[in-house]
Ligand binder design. Structure first.
Ligand SMILES: Cc1cc2nc3c(=O)[nH]c(=O)nc-3n(C[C@H](O)[C@H](O)[C@H](O)COP(=O)(O)O)c2cc1C
Length: 348
């Protein structure tokens, strides 16, 4: 194995290990959901038994609009994690993303760590994943189609991580030509493209730029959950008071702003970034998300309570969501998105 390939696999393992701790949270910035409250409706007539979460996503019907976010692959430890997460995705009939497939651009040594997902979740939407830093360097996009084929993926996610690349010692913070590269890739790929951040959020202007080139979906992956600056600072034993640790746009802000583009563009809006409890999950929908997604809490729950624990976590969140919909007189998620939440400051 070349030094570079060794480094990628080693980095993947370090990311998993660090993310199993809470040390990598944002320190002084939240995802912003705490600033909102639901509008209680004393005259609700919603029938809890009639709430149906089934949703169309990537031409498939999923049972809950929740995505197990892109996390891992390309290292030995990843295979077992992906196997167990795939089983959860299959059982709940929900979509799942894989971690960066960069390792499979070089050779097939760890292809199994990705393939195992499709083998164990045959019917659900599966999202491939590759970094923007790789896309801008490619001359020939057939290698990305190979990554799609490996998983029989329903979409390809490109992650934008300028802050992480900047702080990673071996990082590649070179994104010149990014939008035109994504556009060219879109012409070549047989599946749609979804763009995500990794915890610094996506602004309204960036979202417009991406929608103008025709991406299928935007996953905001906003600030307030896992700090990837934090992960890289810890990996390199750098000073923990680095001010970039808390860089980024809070998740709630990103969802609310990008939702405003719905009138002009047809796209799927995924709300993620620090969604670690049932109320934050519900607030992401109320602010405008079509789907929600989480990463680190899923990994931690898998580690502490196994696949059963992850299944329970997700079903509990959606049981609570039903109760919130009952209390806000929302028969469906479309109604929940329609003025059922307000800024707390308005209440006092
Ligand atoms: C262990 C781990 C590995 C990750 N690796 C990737 C990756 O390879 N590609 C990617 O797009 N995002 C990756 N992410 C980022 C997540 O998908 C997510 O956007 C980010 O962690 C914020 O969500 P969270 O606050 O729920 O963790 C990773 C997250 C975790 C916890």
């Amino acid at each position: 194995m070349s030094a570079n390939k060794n480094l990628i696999s080693k980095r993947k393992k370090e990311h998993i290990d660090l993310c199993l701790t809470d040390e990598v949270c944002f320190k002084n910035k939240s995802n912003g959901f705490d600033n909102y409250d639901f509008i209680h409706c004393a005259t609700t007539e919603v029938d809890l038994n009639e709430i149906d979460f089934r949703t169309e996503f990537l031409k498939k019907t999923i049972s809950f609009p929740f995505l197990i976010s892109c996390m891992t692959g390309g290292t030995e430890k990843a295979e077992n994690i992906n196997l167990r997460l795939a089983k959860v995705a299959a059982e709940l009939n929900i979509p799942i993303g894989v971690g960066s497939q960069r390792r499979s651009l070089d050779d097939d040594e760890f292809d199994r760590s990705y393939k195992i997902i499709r083998e164990n979740a045959t019917k659900v939407p599966i999202l491939g994943n590759i970094g923007a830093a790789q896309i801008v360097q490619l001359k020939d996009y057939s290698s990305v189609q190979r990554l799609v084929d490996l998983l029989e993926a329903d979409a390809m996610v490109i992650h934008l991580n300028p802050l992480q690349e900047l702080l990673q010692e071996e990082g590649e913070p070179y994104f010149k030509g990014l939008l035109s590269s994504i556009y060219k890739l879109k012409q070549k790929l047989k599946v749609p493209i979804i763009i995500k951040e990794v915890g610094s959020g996506i602004s309204l202007d960036s979202a417009k730029n991406l929608l103008d080139i025709g991406v299928y979906g935007i996953d905001v992956a906003g600030a307030g959950g896992t700090s990837w600056a934090g992960v890289e600072i810890l990996r390199n034993n750098k000073k923990k008071n680095n001010q970039f640790w808390d860089w980024g746009l809070p998740t709630s802000y990103c969802i609310k702003n990008i939702k405003s583009l719905k009138g002009n563009y047809n796209f799927t809006l995924i709300g993620s970034g620090g969604i670690n409890n049932a109320f934050d999950n519900a607030k992401a929908f109320a602010l405008g998300a079509d789907l929600t997604a989480s990463a680190r809490i899923i990994l931690q729950t898998l580690n502490n309570a196994g696949s059963v624990g992850v299944t329970k976590l997700i079903t509990d969140w959606f049981d609570t969501l039903k109760k919130i919909m009952f209390l806000t007189d929302s028969n469906n998620l479309k109604e929940l998105r329609d003025n059922k939440i307000i800024k707390k400051e308005v209440l006092y």
